[in-house]
Write a protein that binds this ligand. Structure first.
Ligand code: FRU
Length: 490
C-alpha cells in the first residue's frame, strides 16, 4: 500500500516509478492512495490499511507529528513501514528513502550567498510547517545563511508546498520590489507561483534582476527543469523522487533480503550551467521509460488476452463436457424408450393373440351349445334372409372396423342378438363364426387398402382394427399366404 500525502507532479513522477518498478515484481500487488495534503485523511487511510492487514505500507507523512501515532500503531501491529520523502518524530519505521533536506537547505544557502555576493534581501517561501522536509530545509538553509550578516530574510511565509498559495501570498505582500534581491522557495512550484505574482506587479526591468530559486528540479517542462531552461527560475536543487528504490526495498523487506534502513539521496544544483545537459539526459531517460511503459502495457495486454482466452477455453471445455453428458443421457433415454416400446408392442401382440384364442375357444363352446339346441334357427332361414343378415352384419363390422375393441358382444348388441343367436345365424349364413367373419373382413379390407392406397402397413393395421402391426402382419400372412409388404403398392 502506498499512502501519498499530496497529488502533484512530483508525486506523479514517484507514483509512475513505483508502478513501473512493481511490474518487475510479479508477486507484488501495489495500490496507491493520496491524502490530498490532509493529515486527518491520511490518518484514516492508514487506519484502514491496518484493518485490512496489508503486508507493507509505503508512506509519505503529510505532517511529522500528527501522523506519528497511526504510523507507530501500524508498525506495532507488525506491518513494515517505509517512510518516503518525509519523516515522523519517531524511530518506529522499517526503512526511510528520501533526500537529505538539511543538505538541500544548506546547499541552497551556500549557492544563494554566493549569488548575492554575501549581501542582499531574500524572500523565503517555506513548505507545510508540520512537514519534516520543510522543517529540515529551513534548518539547513538558516544554518548557512544566518552566518552572512549582510543577507537579510525580509519576508518569510509558508505556502504549504502549493503554487497557488505562494502566488496568492506574494500578491498581497507589502514589500517594495526595490527591497527584494532574491526569492527562495522550498519547491519549484511555489517559486513559479511567486514569480507569476511578481510578473503582474513588478516592473519588467526589476523582474529580470530578481533570481527565483526552488527545489525539486523535476524532469518536467512546465514545472521542472524546463523552467530553468526558459529562464523562469534561476536554479533548483535536485530532490529525487525515489519510487523505484521504494519498491526495491519493499521487495527486500517482504522477502527477507538484506537492505539499508536509511537510504539518502544527494542533492545537486541545476542552473543555467548544466540545465541543457540535464535536459538532454532527461529526454533520454524519458524515452527509455516510455519504452519500458510501452512494453509493460503490451505485456499487460498480452496477459489480459491470455486470461480471457483461458476463460473461454475453460468455458468451452465445460460446455463440451455438459453437451456430451446431455447427449449420453438422451441416447440412454432414447434406447430405453425404444426398448420399452418394443416390449409394449410385443405385449400388445401377445394380448391380441390371446384375445383371438379366447374368442376361438368361446366360439367352440357356442358351437357345442348351438348343435345341442332343440330347434336351430338356421333351419327356418331361407337364402334371401341369410343374404340380408350378412349384409347387415358386414355393415356393422365395416362401420366399427377401426375399433380394435370391437367384439362379438358389441356386434350382437348392435344387431339386437345374443352371442349365441349371432353365432348361429352367422354360421348358417356363411359357414363362419362371427369372429372369423370379423377377422376375414378386416383382412380383406387391409388387402384392399394395401393395394389401392399409399398407406403404410402400420396405418392400415390400425385402420382395420389391429392394435399391433406385427400381429396384423402375422394374421395377414396366415390368411393370404404372403407378407403385407409384398402387397404394398409402392
Ligand atoms: C511534493 C513536494 C515536493 C517537495 C516535497 C517535500 O509533494 O511538495 O515539491 O520537494 O513534497 O516533501
Amino acid at each position: 500500500m502506498v499512502s501519498q500525502c499530496s497529488i502533484d507532479d512530483w508525486r506523479n513522477q514517484m507514483n509512475q516509478e513505483i508502478l513501473r518498478e512493481a511490474f518487475f515484481h510479479t508477486d507484488m500487488n501495489v495500490e496507491i492512495h493520496s491524502a490530498s495534503d490532509n493529515s486527518q485523511q491520511q490518518i484514516a487511510m492508514i487506519e484502514s490499511f491496518i484493518k485490512r492487514r496489508v503486508d507493507l505500507i509505503i508512506v509519505a507523512p503529510n505532517e511529522a507529528e500528527p501522523l506519528r501515532p497511526v504510523i507507530e500503531k501500524a508498525f506495532d501491529a507488525g506491518i513494515p513501514i517505509i517512510l518516503v520523502d518525509r519523516k515522523i518524530n519517531s524511530n518506529k519505521y522499517t526503512a526511510f528513502i528520501g533526500g537529505d533536506n538539511v543538505e538541500v537547505g544548506k546547499a541552497a544557502g551556500l549557492y544563494i550567498a554566493e549569488l548575492l555576493n554575501g549581501k542582499g534581501n531574500i524572500i523565503e517561501i517555506e513548505g507545510l510547517d508540520g512537514s519534516s522536509s520543510s522543517q529540515e530545509r529551513h534548518n539547513g538553509f538558516h544554518e548557512v545563511i544566518d552566518k552572512y550578516k549582510n543577507i537579510k530574510v525580509v519576508a518569510n511565509f509558508e505556502a504549504d508546498w502549493l503554487k497557488d498559495k505562494a502566488k496568492q501570498i506574494m500578491d498581497t505582500i507589502s514589500i517594495s520590489p526595490d527591497d527584494v534581491d532574491l526569492v527562495f522557495a522550498y519547491n519549484d512550484r511555489m517559486a513559479i507561483g511567486a514569480k507569476e505574482a511578481a510578473q503582474t506587479r513588478y516592473p519588467q526591468s526589476k523582474l529580470a534582476q530578481i533570481p527565483y530559486i526552488g527545489v525539486d528540479a523535476l524532469r518536467n517542462d512546465s514545472i521542472g527543469i524546463g523552467r530553468i531552461e526558459d529562464g523562469m527560475l534561476r536554479a533548483s536543487f535536485l530532490y529525487q523522487t525515489g519510487g523505484a528504490k521504494a519498491i526495491d526495498i519493499a521487495d527486500c523487506i517482504l522477502n527477507n533480503k538484506p537492505y539499508n534502513r536509511n537510504n539518502i539521496f544527494q542533492t545537486s544544483i541545476v542552473d543555467k550551467s548544466n540545465v541543457h545537459l540535464m535536459t538532454i539526459q532527461t529526454k533520454h531517460i524519458d524515452e527509455q521509460n516510455n519504452k519500458i511503459e510501452f512494453l509493460n502495457n503490451k505485456l499487460n495486454d498480452f496477459f489480459r488476452d491470455y486470461e480471457a482466452q483461458r476463460t473461454i477455453l475453460i468455458a468451452f471445455v465445460i460446455i463440451t463436457i455438459l453437451t456430451c453428458s446431455l447427449l449420453w443421457v438422451s441416447i440412454k433415454a432414447y434406447r430405453n424408450s425404444t426398448r420399452m416400446n418394443n416390449q409394449l408392442a410385443q405385449q400388445k401382440e401377445r394380448l391380441e393373440q390371446q384375445r383371438d384364442q379366447l374368442e376361438a375357444e368361446r366360439d367352440k363352446l357356442i358351437e357345442l351349445q348351438a348343435t345341442s339346441a332343440t330347434e336351430p334357427e338356421s333351419n327356418t332361414m331361407v337364402n334371401e334372409e341369410n343374404n340380408m343378415f350378412m349384409d347387415r352384419l358386414k355393415k356393422v363390422i365395416d362401420e366399427n372396423m377401426s375399433n380394435s375393441d370391437l367384439s362379438v358382444e358389441i356386434i350382437g348388441a348392435e344387431m339386437g342378438l345374443s352371442r349365441v343367436q349371432l353365432y348361429r345365424r352367422t354360421k348358417a349364413a356363411c359357414g363362419l363364426s362371427p369372429n372369423e367373419t370379423l377377422r376375414t373382413q378386416r383382412l380383406n379390407k387391409a388387402y384392399k387398402l394395401l393395394h389401392e392406397t399409399q398407406k403404410t402397413i402400420s396405418e392400415v393395421a390400425y385402420e382395420v382394427g389391429f392394435s399391433s402391426p406385427s400381429y396384423f402382419a402375422k394374421c395377414y400372412k396366415d390368411y393370404f399366404g404372403k407378407n403385407p409388404t409384398e402387397s404394398l403398392r409402392n
